[in-house]
Ligand binder design. Structure first.
Ligand code: ATP
Length: 202
């Protein structure tokens, strides 16, 4: 599975529809200060399910919507689409039915954000799982933002381990374990309640 195109519309400084081709191999983004290099990387993280507005350098998630400029009014929504070539059929099992995957995230002012996969609505959790199982995602170490290299050099062992685990693609397993533990705790609470009721009936 290979990311092949990224399309942005109304996302931060990318007010007009902008499409970028992602070629195989290492991709670097270069340009003058303030031209939108970090915004591009953030768009990629955002479409993969980023939940933190702070990680998008905003106070709230709606701050990703084009806020307007002296010559252009603000937009009411922002949209990022990622096109994935799955012709080698290596996408995680649930998503491995088609050779092309188009994932779109759109945020509308006062209406929150929604995801679509090949036109069908999808939960944010499922999008995050798809990318986690494919050893990538909003926190993938493959996305190297400014300052990240020095952070890595200075990272404590625990933080470095988290980076290695993310690269090894076991982030999805941790999420599933967390969800299973929550379900187990809820089931244990229910069992306690049942035994209380049974005691009262005796
Ligand atoms: P540098 O090299 O200085 O780090 P950069 O190329 O990474 O810069 P970005 O930080 O990606 O640039 O882009 C900054 C630009 O994006 C600023 O001009 C800022 O005003 C604009 N910008 C960010 N959010 C929005 C928004 N919601 N609406 C409009 N413009 C925005």
């Amino acid at each position: 599975m290979q990311f092949t195109r990224l399309r942005l519309q109304g996302f931060k400084s990318f007010v007009d529809s902008t499409e970028l081709v992602i070629a195989p191999g290492l991709t670097g983004v270069v340009g003058p200060n303030g031209c939108g290099k970090s915004n591009l990387l953030e768009a990629l993280r955002w479409v993969m399910g980023e939940t933190s507005a702070k990680a998008m350098r905003g106070d709230g998630m709606e701050d990703v919507i084009f806020a307007g400029a002296s010559t252009r009014p603000a937009r009411s929504y922002a949209e990022v689409a990622i096109h994935i070539d799955n012709s080698d059929f290596t996408a995680p099992a649930e998503f491995n039915k088609t050779d092309q995957l188009d994932i779109i995230r759109r945020i509308t002012r006062d209406a929150g954000s929604a995801f679509r996969l090949n036109g069908k609505e999808l939960r944010a959790r499922d999008v995050r799982m798809l990318f986690a199982d494919a050893s990538t995602g909003a926190h993938s170490p493959a996305l190297v933002r400014q300052g990240r290299i020095s952070e890595l050099i200075n990272a404590k062992p625990k933080a470095r381990r988290a980076i290695l685990e993310e690269a090894a693609g076991i982030g999805g397993l941790y999420q599933r374990r967390h969800e299973a533990e929550l379900k187990l705790r809820a089931a244990e609470d229910n069992l306690l309640r049942v035994s209380d009721v049974l005691e009262k009936l005796d």
